[in-house]
Design a protein around this ligand. Sequence first.
Ligand code: 4NP
Length: 154
Amino acid sequence: MDILFVCLGNICRSPLAEGIARHYADKLGLNTKVDSAGTSGWHNGESPCEGSIKVARVHNIDISHLKSRKVSIYADIGFDLLVGMDRANIADLLDLGFEKHKVRKLGEFGLKNADVPDPYHYRNSDGFQSVYKMLDTGIRNLFQEYFEIKINYD
Ligand code: 4NP
């Protein structure tokens, strides 16, 4: 079960989602590949944004080594599940040609179908903390749905 998290820039939301999901997958010893990418390619090769690195670190997750890359129908066709952060990401993934049944929005996993807001322009850490909480809740619910595992710990 290989999962690709997707946002616009691949510097704020999806690298944070990748870090959280890998943290749980490692703890649980799951045989799953976790990665992230952006629909835009605007930040190719860049590290995650400072707010995402910091909020991850608060939760003992290191995402500082990740590098932004653009999603590709050729390179990423092998993923079983592509999880977009908002409705624009979903529309872009479908436009690129990914199969509809493989494309889901994180908000579908116990978040009342909400879009995860883009925190790129947030000046303080509160926005990143609330994005972290949404991602963490959605990923716990995703793991429960796909792996039938309930995560009750940090
Ligand atoms: P992300 O946030 O999609 O969560 O990585 C953004 C990063 C950069 C931009 C927009 C959103 N941007 O316009 O450059």
